[in-house]
Write a protein that binds this ligand. Structure first.
Ligand SMILES: [Zn+2]
Length: 184
């Protein structure tokens, strides 16, 4: 089932999300719906707050990058109750967008390695260093669980320059070809 994606201005996107247990109601179905919703919207990542749920869960799907990066063929991962242990590598800038901020794309600096502990959809624990493009995506999604969005990480000047777009989103004007739940 395709879920509506909550856009900037929806309070859930600014909440610090809570950990969940394996008993979380209909978890399997929720994860499936999140993959379906993300794929339909051509996203590479989707966090539960973006579908209105303040819980620490996100999914990623990097298969669309596999033409250039074959290691991402069928690359899908579920992250439950993730924790960032430490950052590594070096800082890199790359353009990001977000399904909750349609029409906005900005360059964001992030570390290119991250050591993360998380549970998958079967509540199997993982502890790994994540690098490459995946490191950027998981950091972007992890931010959503802490009530942050990527434009919080751009310069004041850049934010000033895209103020019109931000205000339009806050007023409920979202132009995209997927189902959204706008703040107004
Ligand atoms: Zn996002």
């Amino acid at each position: 089932m395709i879920l509506p994606i909550y856009t900037l201005g929806q309070p859930v996107l600014r909440k610090v999300a809570e950990n969940i247990t394996p008993e979380y109601p209909n978890l399997k179905e929720l994860v499936e719906n999140m993959y379906e919703t993300m794929s339909k919207a051509d996203g590479v990542g989707l966090a539960a707050p973006q579908v209105g749920l303040p819980i620490r869960l996100f999914v990623i799907d990097l298969d669309c990058l596999s033409d250039e990066l074959p290691e991402y063929k069928d690359f899908r991962k579920t992250f439950i109750n993730p924790e960032i242990i430490e950052f590594g590598g070096e800082e890199e800038s790359d353009e990001e967008g977000c399904l909750s901020l349609p029409g906005i794309h900005e360059s964001v600096k992030r570390m290119n390695k991250v050591h993360m502990k998380y549970m998958d959809e079967n509540f199997t624990e993982h502890d790994e260093w994540i690098g490459g493009y995946e490191a950027r995506v998981v950091q972007h999604e992890y931010d959503h669980l802490d009530g942050k969005v990527f434009i919080d990480r751009i310069s004041t000047l850049r934010r000033q320059l895209i103020k019109g777009k931000i205000n339009a989103l806050l007023k409920g004007k979202a132009h995209c070809n997927y189902k959204v739940k706008t703040p107004r």
